[in-house]
Design a protein around this ligand. Structure first.
Ligand code: SAM
Length: 465
């Protein structure tokens, strides 16, 4: 693998950069595979962590995160029903460092409003959802429509109710001044940090592309910045090695906004390199694949010193309507008795959203295009609920709902949206489970069964390993 000379030259003098070992690790062909487990679903698994170890070749823990694991080889994830159940997310190890930024700069037990501004496909968002408290809010925004669908799919599978997925331009957040306590910008970048995984991307790299990315990063940050409250935390990251997208962006931020750079403690054994920007001496954290088990990554953290607190002004005409008492009575038996949620109508659909976040939902609905909010419970046909797939994936689901357990082969048939045979099942709606985790719904009718797995998410590949 030949790396661009212009990149190698631009990195001379960057702390932690060693041209020989950097080139050698790119040439080695070594691949690192890692996953992050969903703690809310791991708790439900039939054999806890053992269920993971059966389907995944876990070889060790990622030291800067609590639920991240290295795998000794890359399995065919598609053929693991646990992936489709939202039990884990396949994610690059270095990028899980966002956990340190969150834990070290915030009180994660407090009620926080978090915005993930560049969210698709959802690696950081699913991670953030696992880190925040149940009465905190995560708004996951993705500007590109097709990518917003993938983001929504991954967050639905993750199952958290305190999430709103939006599909807006960063400039649309101007109406939400001072609303968020945390702003995460995992910016689109020139991507040099991922070349070991995607060597074909090397050909697209150029110093000019780096400049364009740097300008775009500044525009995104400037558009989102007003939405962060005074005292709020800004987390900025890229998967680029270029100073123009990393340290120079930190200097640009410090020059243009009232920010304090926040240091993050790292253990020397992790191999993370602490750097400081040349002008403002802002702290940054560089990940080099020849220094640790992970890909190229960069992260920095700031506290906002200007701005104000958010003041809630109820809008005169809310777009959202609460479900009626009769509708709520039909739906509540499907939810855990302690699910403290408000039910809302969105056209035909009913959705469940944490009751303590009612104001937040109203504010977001007033200003943004919502793809999904909380858990889509389903549609009511009279007093009967037609349950949505999101309800099956949700951690709010009533645990005593009728369920059938499938072995791996049948679970894969189900996920292909093909016929599965379920002997002796009672007629009506039933959950399909694998290792005690819900995969979706079936409706059992006399002599046949309807598979309600979402068509667009079904497994298209044949085989099983
Ligand atoms: N945070 C994601 C994760 O962990 O899975 C990865 C985000 S990726 C590095 C950057 C995202 O920014 C992409 O989904 C891309 O579509 C989006 N993006 C591209 N141009 C943008 C823009 N002008 N404003 C905001 N987001 C943009």
């Amino acid at each position: 693998m030949e790396l661009p000379v212009a990149l190698l030259q631009s990195l001379e003098g960057v702390p932690g950069f060693n041209k020989e070992s950097f080139e050698a690790i790119h040439r080695s062909g070594e691949q690192v595979t890692s996953v992050r487990i969903n703690p809310a679903k791991a708790a439900l698994l039939a054999d806890g962590m053992e269920s993971f170890r059966i389907s995944l070749p876990v070889s060790g823990s990622i030291p800067w995160t609590s639920n991240g694991f290295y795998l000794s080889e890359r399995p065919f994830f598609t053929f693991d029903p646990l992936l489709h159940a939202g039990a884990y997310y396949v994610q690059e190890a270095s990028s899980m460092f966002v956990e340190q930024a969150m834990k070290q700069t915030l009180d994660l037990h407090s009620k926080l409003r978090v915005l993930d501004g560049c969210a698709a496909p959802g690696g950081k968002s699913t991670h953030l959802q696992s880190l925040i408290s149940a009465d905190s809010l995560l708004v996951s925004n993705e500007v590109i429509k097709t990518r917003a669908s993938i983001l929504e799919e991954n967050l639905v599978k993750w199952g958290g109710a305190n999430v709103i997925v939006t599909n807006n331009d960063p400039a649309d957040f101007s109406g939400l001044k001072n609303f968020f306590d945390v702003l995460v910008i995992d910016a689109p970048c020139s991507g040099s940090g991922l070349w070991r995984r995607e060597p074909e991307a090397i050909g697209e790299w150029s110093p000019h592309a780096v400049q364009l990315c740097s300008q775009r990063q500044q525009r995104i940050l400037a558009d989102y910045y007003p939405a962060l409250a005074e005292g709020g935390t800004l987390i900025y990251s890229t998967c680029s090695y270029s100073k123009e997208e990393d340290e120079q962006i930190l200097d640009w931020l410090m020059q243009n906004f009232e920010l304090e750079s926040l240091p993050i403690q790292t253990d020397p054994s992790w191999g993370v390199v602490t750097v400081q920007s040349s002008e403002a001496k802002a702290f940054g954290y560089r990940f080099f694949p020849d220094k640790l088990k992970g890909e190229g990554f960069f992260l920095a953290c700031f506290r906002k010193k200007d701005g104000d607190q958010f003041h809630y002004k109820p809008s005169k005409k809310s777009k959202l309507q609460k479900a009626s008492k009769a509708e709520a009575a039909a739906i509540m038996p499907w939810l855990k008795p302690d699910a403290f949620v408000q039910l809302w109508k969105q056209q035909e659909q009913v959705l469940a959203f944490p009751a303590l976040l009612e104001q937040e939902l109203q504010v977001v609905a007033d200003h943004l295009y919502i793809r999904s909010a909380g858990i889509t419970v389903g549609k009511l046909a009279g007093q009967q609920l037609i349950p949505d797939h999101a309800l099956a994936m949700s951690t709010l689901l009533q645990p005593s709902i009728v369920a059938v357990s499938l072995k791996k082969e049948d679970a894969l048939q189900y996920l292909r949206k093909e016929q599965v045979i379920i002997p002796d099942a009672p007629a009506g709606w039933a959950l399909v489970k694998y290792e005690n985790l819900p995969l979706g719904w079936v409706k059992i009718l006399p002599g046949r069964l309807n598979n309600y797995y979402p068509s667009s998410w079904r497994i298209l590949k044949s085989g099983n390993n």
